[in-house]
Design a protein around this ligand. Structure first.
Ligand code: NAD
Length: 253
């Protein structure tokens, strides 16, 4: 039995990951706003600290893996809330749990998005990678929510790739899945958004495999990345998107 901690396990992709891991007999400690082992709002420092402290208390044996899955979509406003939850909560919680992960050769699986490569590397992403939360949030609020969302996921990918070498030397693997459009409460909210709904619908209609994804189809890849079958993988971004990324940028990989 492995011990895993994760955020965002109450609904959608996170709930499917939790169920998959629990069904396989593993211990899973979940942080979320509600319906979780540890209830915490990860948009601010105090909530992240409560989450990390709660995981430490429940997992003194160490962690075999951590999955920072909590996130909000591009329909959420102000844009800085996306920055705080999708990028800063995920990265600071991961940092705060590295010693627990080191105890058991832990694996980290981040949740990116196939929107990450839809945005060029820019000044917002530089602020994310510099760890300057307030400046990144100020810049996010001067732009649109798509830039904040795709940028937060682009930032996650750069962040994990930049440190995968150092983590490897500490015995840790770090990878990400990059889902395409998946049917969850998050994508339902984007579909209902007056500004973004039609674009999202057209995007869903253009998936090469002909349908939007289901949370279980992401969870099975997360389970693989956490397991021994992926023990030579680190620093990888795995697209699980029905072929959308390959369709949009076939010659860039
Ligand atoms: N659904 C998609 O199409 C899609 C595509 C690509 C990536 N993703 C990513 O997958 C992850 C899961 O999203 P989902 O689609 O399952 O959405 P979801 O809304 O079903 O789940 C997100 C979870 O995060 C939690 N959460 C949100 N804000 C929080 C906060 N401030 N503090 C603590 N927990 C918080 C929610 O309560 C919820 O349980 C997100 O990181 C999202 O960006 C989703």
């Amino acid at each position: 039995m492995a011990t895993y901690a994760m955020s965002g396990g109450a609904t959608g992709i996170g709930a499917a990951i939790r169920k998959t891991l629990q069904t396989a007999g593993h211990k899973v400690v979940v942080v979320d706003l509600k319906d979780a082992d540890i209830c915490a709002d990860l948009s601010d420092y105090a909530g992240r600290q409560r989450a990390v402290d709660g995981i430490r208390q429940r997992c003194p044996e160490g962690l075999d893996g951590f999955i920072p899955c909590a996130g909000v979509g591009p329909s959420v406003r102000p844009p800085s809330l996306i920055t705080r939850i999708n990028y800063f909560a995920a990265t600071t919680m991961t940092d705060g749990l590295l010693d627990l992960l080191e105890k058991r050769g832990g694996r980290i699986v981040m949740i990116a998005s196939n929107s990450a490569p839809m945005i060029e590397h820019n000044d917002y992403i530089d602020l994310l990678l510099a760890g300057d939360e307030e400046a990144a949030c100020e810049l996010a609020d001067s732009r649109d929510t798509h830039s904040a969302y795709a940028g937060s996921k682009h930032g996650i990918c750069c962040w994990l790739r930049r440190q995968s070498g150092d983590l490897a030397r500490r015995g840790l693997r770090i990878n990400a899945v990059a889902p395409g459009i998946v049917q969850t409460p998050l994508s339902d909210k984007v579909l209902a958004d007056p500004e973004l709904g039609q674009v999202m619908k057209d995007f869903g209609d253009s998936v090469p495999l002909g349908k939007v994804g289901q949370p279980e189809q992401i969870a099975s890849v997360v389970e693989f990345l956490l397991g021994p079958g992926a023990d030579y993988m680190t620093g990888s971004i795995v697209f699980v998107d029905g072929g959308h990324d390959a369709m949009l940028r076939p010659d860039t990989f």
